[in-house]
Design a protein around this ligand. Structure first.
Ligand SMILES: Nc1ncnc2c1ncn2[C@@H]1O[C@H](COP(=O)(O)OP(=O)(O)OP(=O)(O)O)[C@@H](O)[C@H]1O
Length: 610
């Protein structure tokens, strides 16, 4: 089993290194914009300190060459005395430069975490704004994972940018001095840096491409790792004696990842080695040229010391620039992933229209010839669905596993839009409605409800307390049977249920489900949808929910999915799904009267052991 690499990898592989390198200015622009969005002052102080450090570097270098030229006049003492001013300027400029450099690093360090937060917030915003169906698209998921890494790398983007601009400032200063001595030496020096830069950039590209090829496997390995070690699966792992199997899977994927990484590292090291060797040769040539220029009298001996110093400074600054540039290139690839996710998520953003569902919620939900096919699949999960759900009515949705019940519930609630046909709330097509105005009318108990690591109160109000305060929470808890759960908690509603994090309390599966139901009731929404709401409840708790459902459902459009067919008795209407189609509808009694010809009747007979 191997996860397919993502589409980005294929597109990226065809892009030349030069084309990617050309994106560097854009990446730098992004760094500046992100920084500006989070902390204007830090960006300004970073730029000011960096500028001041560059200026002082140039001044120090110019002063150094003057001092060195004095040393080569023959009389060292007299030469130095004559250049006492230059010496003083050198000392002041050097100290100032180190101070400004340190201040620039401090500003970058202050800015970097804020930029990471901002980048991550944009990933969060793009994810939550996306259509739910986006999560079914592997490209969206891979891009989302790469974006999380990329957002983290924006920290390096700031630090690399700071390092690069600092090194570049040194180069400009040193290059000016070298060029003043003889332009040919500067040309040679720049030429010498080229192979090293090429090797470093190419190696960064090879390593990043390998990282991308491995994204799918990395995701899979993380899943195996967490399933093997986390509490939620710990019982199955032990009871199923699965530890060896899972560890083996982990090792198989790890070996594949390591092979891929090793091959990439070998390739990258070779490329980098070739670049470095060529640079060493070219640097030697630059030094030889300097010797030649001095020996042929094209540069005076007095200036030779200064020239050697400037050459040394320039080549050191060049090598720092190349390293910083390659680092920035690598970072820019990762940050490009972050940016790419925002682009991938863009078309998935729920832009359905501006129609607003009225404040009072819908009176009728109607499904018209609706069909739904999951992204990346060929077989429709639902076809030819026609259904009405009215306010004040309770509908039970039943059918075998995989018949399409959960998918239909997601269409009715606007969580998915049909891929064919339409769903209307009071005549408003949900494809044209502002999703926020739809969702606020929903009370939903999903099949896989979440155990939020919050206190009991927040587990019910989910950060949206109603003006009625705790009495409304207690009323919802009472209706769902969660009141008995809360009564047992040492601090009642204040008890933390985030046991794995801060040592709070944990609940049983059924107790969590009671909270999940309470949370749907608490929203007091006109549309109530419950997907197997009592699957984990004991008989008494289940009975309590269903005997109260009628009064709770008064004034709401209620739909519940259940496999315990006897519960469907209290529904006003039962809808039976099979293979993604509605095959029967009717009241409980009507369906039973159909006898052996009715699927519902047959299923009920099986369940009751008749
Ligand atoms: N995320 C998905 N991607 C692709 N196909 C899916 C996805 N979720 C469900 N399906 C397919 O859609 C069909 C309907 O699934 P759905 O979950 O709606 O069934 P269900 O009736 O709710 O089943 P159950 O009773 O087991 O909860 C099934 O064939 C299933 O394989």
């Amino acid at each position: 089993m191997r996860m397919a690499s993502d589409r980005y990898q294929d597109a990226n592989a065809t892009m030349s290194t030069w084309a990617i390198a050309r994106r560097l200015p854009r990446t730098l622009g992004r760094a500046v914009r992100l920084g500006w969005a989070t902390d204007h002052r830090a960006v300004l102080s970073l730029a000011a300190c960096q500028g001041a450090a560059a200026l002082l570097t140039a001044i120090a270098l110019a002063a150094t060459t003057r001092v060195l030229a004095g040393l080569f006049t023959g009389d060292v003492l007299a030469g130095l005395q004559g250049r006492a001013g230059a010496l003083a300027v050198l000392c002041i400029a050097l100290s100032g430069r180190y101070l400004f450099d340190a201040a620039a690093r401090a500003a970058a360090a202050r800015l970097a975490p804020k930029v990471v937060r901002e980048a991550d917030l944009r990933v969060i915003a793009a994810s939550t704004a996306a259509e739910l169906a986006a999560y079914e698209d592997p490209d969206f998921e891979n891009a989302r994972q790469a974006a999380a890494d990329g957002a983290d790398k924006t920290r390096d983007l700031i630090l690399d940018t700071q390092l690069l601009t600092s090194a570049a400032a040194q180069i400009v200063a040193a290059a000016a001095v070298v060029a003043a001595l003889h332009p040919a030496v500067l040309g040679l020096l720049l030429l010498a840096a080229a192979p090293c830069a090429w090797g470093a950039v190419r190696a960064a590209r090879i390593e990043h491409d390998a990282h991308h090829r491995n994204l799918g496997d990395s995701r899979l390995r993380n899943v195996f790792r967490s399933y093997t070690t986390e509490q939620a699966t710990a019982d199955e792992v032990r009871a199923g004696t699965m530890a060896d199997f899972l560890t083996n899977q982990y090792q198989i994927i790890s070996s594949r990842l390591e092979d891929e990484q090793l091959a990439a590292t070998r390739k990258a090291l070779t490329v980098r080695g070739i670049g470095d060797a060529l640079t060493a040769l070219a640097t030697a040539a630059a030094w030889a040229a300097l010797v030649l220029l001095v020996s042929t009298g094209r540069i005076e001996l007095a200036a030779a010391g200064a020239a050697a110093f400037a050459l040394r400074t320039a080549s050191a600054a060049l090598s720092t620039t190349v390293r910083a540039g390659a680092g920035l290139f690598r970072t820019s690839l990762a940050v490009g992933d972050w940016h790419r996710f925002l682009a991938v998520a863009g078309p998935w953003t729920a832009r359905r229209g501006t129609a607003r569902i009225p404040e009072t919620g819908p009176e009728v939900i109607s499904v018209n010839d609706a069909a739904f096919t999951y992204p990346g699949t060929d077989r429709p999960a639902l076809s030819d669905i026609n259904l009405d759900l009215k306010r004040g009515e309770v509908v039970a949705l039943v059918g075998e596993n995989g018949s399409g019940k959960t998918t239909l519930a997601k269409l009715l609630t606007g969580l998915y839009l049909p891929t064919g046909g339409s769903v209307h709330w009071d005549g408003i097509d949900l494809a044209q409605a502002d999703p926020a105005t739809v969702y606020r009318h929903l009370g939903l108990v999903p099949q896989d409800y979440t155990r939020w690591p919050l206190d009991a109160r927040a587990n019910i109000h989910l950060g949206q307390p109603r003006p009625a305060g705790d009495p409304a929470i207690h009323a919802a808890a009472e209706a769902s049977g969660a009141d008995a759960v809360i009564a047992q908690l040492p601090k009642g509603l204040d008890t933390s249920l985030a046991r794995s994090w801060w040592g709070g309390h944990d609940l049983s599966g059924g107790q969590w489900q009671r909270l999940a139901i309470a949370r749907a009731f608490y929203r007091d929404a006109p549309v109530l949808v419950m997907d197997e709401p009592t699957a984990a409840l004991d008989a008494r708790a289940e009975h309590r929910i269903f005997t109260r459902l009628k009064s709770l459902a008064a004034g709401r459009a209620t739909l519940f999915i259940t496999h315990r067919l006897a519960n469907a008795r209290l529904a006003d209407r039962i809808v039976v799904l099979e293979g993604g189609r509605v095959i029967e509808t009717g009241t409980y009694d009507e369906l039973l009267q159909r006898g052996a010809g009715s699927t519902f009747y047959e299923m009920l007979q099986l369940q009751e052991g008749a």
